[in-house]
Design a protein around this ligand. Sequence first.
Ligand SMILES: NC(=O)c1ccc[n+]([C@@H]2O[C@H](COP(=O)([O-])OP(=O)(O)OC[C@H]3O[C@@H](n4cnc5c(N)ncnc54)[C@H](O)[C@@H]3O)[C@@H](O)[C@H]2O)c1
Length: 347
Amino acid sequence: MKKTYTYPSEITVGVVGYGGAFNMGRQHLKEMQAAGMTPVAVVEIDPARLAVATQDFPGIETYGSVEEMLAKSAVDLVTVITPHNTHAALGLQIVAAGRHCVLEKPMAVTTEECDAMIAAARDTGVVVSTYHNRHWDGWILRANELFRAGVFGDIVRIDLRMGVHGRPGDWWRSSRSISGGILYDWGVHLLEYSLQLITAPVTEVSGYASSGYWAGQPDAKWGADTNDDEAQATVRFASGQRVNLTITQLDGMPERGFMKIVGTKATHVIDWNGSETVTGQAGGRFTTERAPNPKAEGEKFYQNIAAHLTTGEPLVITGEWARRPIHILDLAAQSAKAGRALPVKYA
Ligand SMILES: NC(=O)c1ccc[n+]([C@@H]2O[C@H](COP(=O)([O-])OP(=O)(O)OC[C@H]3O[C@@H](n4cnc5c(N)ncnc54)[C@H](O)[C@@H]3O)[C@@H](O)[C@H]2O)c1
């Protein structure tokens, strides 16, 4: 059922998952509220976290399951903020019930799960999106600006890397079956940054994975289900450009910066504190420019959702856009097992 809204305040919103790791449920409801929408419902399987939600939002409807919320609440838009392996089933129920759905990143673990949610949302005429708030991180806004201004020349390669030698934490993110794998947390953000800069179609993905060191430790919380020690994905584009993603718990000497953009005219490295642009000059000389990271503008995510539902502003993070990094990660995992590069289904 397609509803129309004149004002964002007419859009009632809820969240599934009000976890304590980063208090993300509160962050989402506050951001949705700041974008003009009206928080009405929270679903949590942990009663203690439901109690926190009631303190944060007195009078809010609380439910122990998505089924119960969908049966009893008129909520229009629901955001799923739960562990990764639960996103697809929850998202499908929400869109099948004719409610708009935002999934925290990663949209899901497999391409097929994303396909199913996109198809179901199309059938019921609702929006399915993913909370890529980091699409508007200050460092990627600045990199886009420099690229558009011609500072990098043509982009040849992007290297993405995160992690250091260290035991995986005891939280669900370290479980392969719950998280989807070591590449599914920061890897999704990093790939989404890159896909903003390299717009040619993806042609194939190679994946590599090393496992067993941390899984074999006597105190390994998840035992054999522990994430890989290190995994990599190499993404080939039709243009010949490439993206290399590495997430590691083994590398005691990681490179500086989590994103390095190599262009024909300059190399740009982004780190937590700022970025550095090294530009090649005639005669083999280089100039180096350091800059602080501009402020993030992640609030634009829900502002765009509200504007899309009220005025028809184009959706920035469509289901199809959110599926792109998942398709790459899904293929990387399959490729690592197969021992060869795999062609893409979606470019
Ligand atoms: N975009 C970002 O910057 C960002 C930052 C942090 C987390 N995340 C994402 O948010 C999601 C949640 O991560 P987190 O750190 O908040 O985890 P968390 O463990 O703190 O919270 C998850 C909550 O979901 C609840 N839950 C699990 N299954 C449920 C179900 N079926 N119905 C209702 N509640 C259920 C759990 O009880 C828990 O309270 C993940 O997808 C993660 O990647 C994104």
